[in-house]
Design a protein around this ligand. Sequence first.
Ligand SMILES: [Zn+2]
Length: 346
Amino acid sequence: MILAIKILMIVFFMLGIFTASDIDTEDVPPTVSDDTEIIISLPDNEISPDIPPVREEWIPDSLDLKRAIPNDSTPPERLVPVTELPPISDDGIIRRVKISGDIKAVSLTFDMCELDTSTTGCDVDVLNFLRERNIPATLFMGGKWMRTHSRRVKQIMAEPLFEIANHNWSHGNAALLSPEGLTAQILWTQAEYELLREEAKRDDIPKVPALFRLPYGRSSKSALKTIAGLGMKVIQWDVAAESGGNNTNIKRAVRSARLVAGMTRPGSILLFHANSVPKGTAVLLREVVNLLEADGYVFVKTSELLEMGEAETVRDGYFSRPGDNKALDSKFGADGTGRRKRFTGK
Ligand SMILES: [Zn+2]
């Protein structure tokens, strides 16, 4: 009896080996262990392109605060950029893009500007949030702001999520400046960008910005001609997100975010600031992004949005309704720069 059991056990054992070897070699497609081997042999970034890189947080410090850096109203070291863009046709002011297809893409834009008479800050919380969530954005920088915050600009230049655009040297109001004054505001900014790009040794980013934003959204027929002559497209917004309010209070930010999300459509360009002038932008931004992501929106740089459809344009810039920004003409010095005398670039 015991012998019979032993023989049976040996037979079963042999059968087991045969069965196992059959499965291993012939009957089934490559097993999990085959896949594992392939995965292990690939470099990290090919395993899952959807996992964003882990970005080290930029630590905010006292130099990021508003008015922390003394004001300097001198011109930039270089007045004219080495790279000049070829003129383009004056197609008006772009407020949004009519997207061809079903994609719900929008562009988040941030103005970083200061007047000739004072300095503003750099809202590192906003930049860190975008980096943490892997959200591309377009940053419209004043040339003077770039010089004040040159160390941050060089950091930003090394961050592929961000695209830098031109927002005049010291926030000159294009409806009030002479063509020479406006030309100097734009070219000084291009030149400052070029200087910082050279210092940062960033050959991988555009030689000069090609997108321009009108300070206060103000323009004139002759201003649009001047800007087109300098090869720049004018980008405004169809959603002014902060609406001048203080969003540090979370309840208020949640309310504002719902309004912003309600105004947003595929192809929208949203206006925020990252110069620490409006308060609580980072709080508001988080709420807006959460709502839009939950609604299926994706975020792209403005230059990418422009590639996705036809630009919707107007001839006069404004915040929410035509004419709602005209009152600002008399509030920031002679020409929006804060100076008493007109800026001429001389
Ligand atoms: Zn601005």
